[in-house]
Design a protein around this ligand. Structure first.
Ligand SMILES: [Zn+2]
Length: 500
């Protein structure tokens, strides 16, 4: 056994989400892939911490709360409750749900970092004159706009002229570039690294790091100047370390904190999972802030693509929006999780339609894993096969799958991981076809038992590695095998395709 201190650490984060409505399929996807990797890391014996949460400090949220006539904090509490319920439904095994309105934990961390930047001389007072898109919570230059509109929101950004504090982003541009080039920060896929390098070259300006403080409840005032509030990104990004106790109040002693275990530690693999729309903030601004404050950099940034439906971006106007809750009602949480792992290319844009989800569910889960489970357990019971799973870790198959697991925690290719496991399942199916234990049993029962025992051993090994993707079904299957009992109802009931 390793002692806790030299055990490998694995820290994975989702972006914190804007709580201004129901979570859509994109959020569900991001959070699910983080959950796969968190569970895989635990399976690989790494000490693991999985962070998710809500980005609550923004003008947009205030506007939304005003719209529905609620106090902003009340509104945020309700949103948080809904999201946590959905995460529970999705079997998301997060360790902490950080909310940026949390004063003890998050605000103290943001203020500590701000003061650190001030001490370094990297915050200065200036005057901003230009565009600001409230939808993006981001300053825009002429060349960011298309026909004068924000390309992401299709709205005209506000033209603002105001006093701001600036962060000396340009001072750290070269260093950030270096850390990307020498893979101190590894960006997946490689094409996004090149994109990040281009962003650094093109967006070489110091960045406004505060906005006038209008006294909203969900703004962190600039230390020493209450007339200014810390810019939402200058606040939000800090969640990745404030949640671990960075700059924490008395109660969270640094020396023993999660921060030293999972961030300030060479043995820790830190992984940010993000969508491509927030690459600039994670691959440029965040590393620059950390470099300025002498804080270690994140080690990995996974940039996943967008999800489309019918080849088009999902939109209410087109009517092709896929709701995660509808899908869960149709094919179950694990059907959706499996689709994400198997069918959405992690480093590229993915396609999701109800037909695709249902046909994959029927193929891989209902006819695939579900049927195979029934066949094997049935043979085990009717041929009275006994199997000893004790030394399973010594088999070649186990070692191979374990290697595949550890490889995936380095290259994050969840699609290959899933394919590999389902290929192994298919190989069992094929062996049942060719070796025909059901025929052999009548002639040579001992030989037939041996074959089934071997198939069960392999099957059991494979599903151990499927557990991160199907965390509910796998323990159920294991229990049926151990109790030598057939599932009373199908593990994955077939879903009829709707004919349009
Ligand atoms: Zn915008």
């Amino acid at each position: 056994m390793q002692s806790q201190s030299d055990q490998e650490k694995f820290y994975i984060t989702t972006p914190i989400f804007y709580p201004n409505g129901e979570l859509h399929i994109g959020h569900t996807y991001t959070t699910s892939i983080c959950d796969f990797f968190a569970r895989m890391a635990r399976l690989a014996g790494k000490q693991t911490y999985f962070l998710t949460g809500a980005d609550e400090n923004s003008l947009k949220i205030q506007n939304k709360a005003d719209e529905v006539g609620q106090d902003v904090i009340e509104y945020l509490d309700l949103q948080a409750k809904n999201v946590i319920l959905l995460f529970e439904k999705l079997d998301i095994s997060y360790d902490q749900y950080i909310r940026t309105t949390n004063k003890e934990r998050h605000h103290t961390g943001v203020i500590a970092l701000w003061n650190n930047l001030v001490e370094k001389g990297d915050i200065y007072e200036g005057f901003y004159e230009g565009f600001y898109c409230v939808g993006c919570e981001s300053f825009k230059t002429e060349k960011d706009l298309v026909d004068g509109l924000c390309p992401d929101h299709g709205t005209k950004p506000d033209f603002i002229k105001e006093k701001n504090y600036f962060f000396k982003l340009t001072k750290y541009a070269e260093k950030v570039k270096e850390s990307l080039l020498n893979n101190t920060i590894k960006i997946f896929p490689e094409s996004r690294k090149n994109e990040a390098l281009k962003i650094i070259e093109n967006d070489l300006f110091d960045i406004s790091f505060s906005r006038p403080n209008k006294g909203q409840a969900n703004v962190i005032p600039v230390p020493g100047d209450q007339t200014q509030g810390i810019y939402v990104w200058g606040d939000a990004l800090v969640n990745y370390i404030s949640a671990l106790g960075y700059g924490g109040s008395e109660g969270e002693k640094q020396s023993e904190s999660l921060y030293n275990m999972f961030w300030n530690n060479d043995l820790s693999q830190s992984v940010h999972v993000i969508g491509k729309d927030i690459l600039k903030f994670h691959a440029f601004i965040w590393p620059a802030m950390l470099l300025a404050a002498d804080i270690p950099l994140p080690k990995n940034i996974i940039v996943h693509g967008l999800m489309q439906s019918g080849g088009r971006k999902m939109s209410k106007t087109i009517g092709n929006v896929i709701s995660p809750v509808d899908m869960i009602n149709k094919i179950g949480v694990e059907g959706l999780r499996f689709y994400f792992a198997n069918n959405i290319p992690i480093f590229d844009d993915g396609e999701i339609t109800e037909d695709l989800i249902v046909s994959n569910y029927n193929g891989y889960l209902s006819n695939g894993l579900g049927n195979l489970t029934n066949r094997l357990i049935k043979m085990m019971i009717s041929y009275d096969v006994s199997v000893n799973f004790d030394s399973i870790e010594n088999t070649d198959l186990y070692k191979r799958l374990d290697e595949n697991l550890n490889k995936t925690l380095i290259d994050f290719d969840i699609n290959s991981y899933t394919n590999y496991l389902w290929k192994e399942l298919s190989a069992i199916d094929a062996d049942i076809q060719t070796k025909e234990p059901f025929k052999l049993f009548k002639i040579n029962p001992d030989e037939a038992r041996k074959i089934v025992e071997n198939l069960l051993l392999r099957f059991y090994t494979i599903i151990l590695f499927i557990e991160p993707i199907l965390p509910k079904t796998v323990p159920t299957i294991i229990k049926h095998i151990q109790d030598r009992e057939m599932p009373e109802k199908p593990l994955f009931p077939k879903v009829e395709m709707e004919i349009n």
